[in-house]
Design a protein around this ligand. Structure first.
Ligand SMILES: [Zn+2]
Length: 239
């Protein structure tokens, strides 16, 4: 099982990305303890990963120290959509603020997967080369592959997301592992820390997201998001 980071994808080089696994993490303002927990898991397995960053934290230097890790950005446009943006804020300023924190970013996934023609063009204008804003579940059938957008952006679909596994209560990755083509998975550090198995557990824990001890006590001990990743990483280690 081979892992790589998203920005390494060259659509012309199918042999390189075909049948590879791509771990991605939407950081979603996780506390440093929660983020460290996720980083520990991936580093212990020595595999590549892409981290979509939401905020400044000293954990960025730890991520940058690992040559297998790539840092992308995870802009949140929701305040614009619901009319609660700060005065003068627009999509461009939201992306630029994140690029100030992660100037090396080449990849982007929007929080809530917000996208539009205008946003896709803005990504390119601001130097981003790859996006992963399209979710096509592995069970939709067919072979997934990245493609080049009309403006040159490399678009990379992803086929598994922890939040969807929680909603559907399906944590095995057998279907994903058996799927053909490119396989991009999306995890959130908070769901690793909680080993989330239900939306109820997540909602109950939400007020304590920044209290590591309470979170640990609220973590699920059965099958959940963390056990899914553990199984995948153990398969990666077999190679
Ligand atoms: Zn998000």
């Amino acid at each position: 099982m081979r892992f790589a980071s998203l920005a390494s994808i060259d659509i012309k080089n199918k042999a390189d990305w075909q049948d590879r696994f791509y771990l991605t993490f939407d950081v979603d303002w996780a506390s440093d303890e929660v983020l460290a927990y996720a980083i520990d898991m991936v580093e212990q397995s020595g595999v590549a990963a892409t981290w979509f960053i939401t905020h400044e934290t000293h954990m960025l230097s730890r991520l940058r120290a690992n040559p297998l890790f790539e840092l992308g950005i995870h802009p949140n446009f929701n305040a614009l959509l619901i009319g609660q943006a700060e005065k003068g804020e627009d999509h461009c300023s939201i992306i630029k603020r994140l690029l100030d924190i992660v100037p090396e970013a080449k990849t982007v996934r929007s929080h809530s997967l917000t996208q539009s023609t205008h946003l896709l063009n803005m990504f390119v204008e601001l130097g981003l080369t790859h996006d992963s804003n399209v979710f096509i579940p592995w069970h939709a059938g067919g072979e997934l592959y990245p493609w080049q957008n009309w403006n040159g952006l490399t678009r990379i679909p992803y086929c598994w997301e922890d939040h969807v596994a929680i909603i559907t209560n399906r944590f095995d990755l057998d279907g994903v592992c058996a799927a053909k083509g490119i396989r991009v998975l999306d995890f959130h550090p908070i769901h690793l820390a909680l080993n989330t198995d239900s939306i109820e557990r997540y909602e109950k824990a939400k007020p304590f997201q920044r209290d590591w001890k309470i979170l640990c006590n609220m973590a699920n001990k059965g099958d959940g998001v963390r056990t899914s990743l553990e199984i995948l990483l153990s398969k990666g280690a077999e190679d």
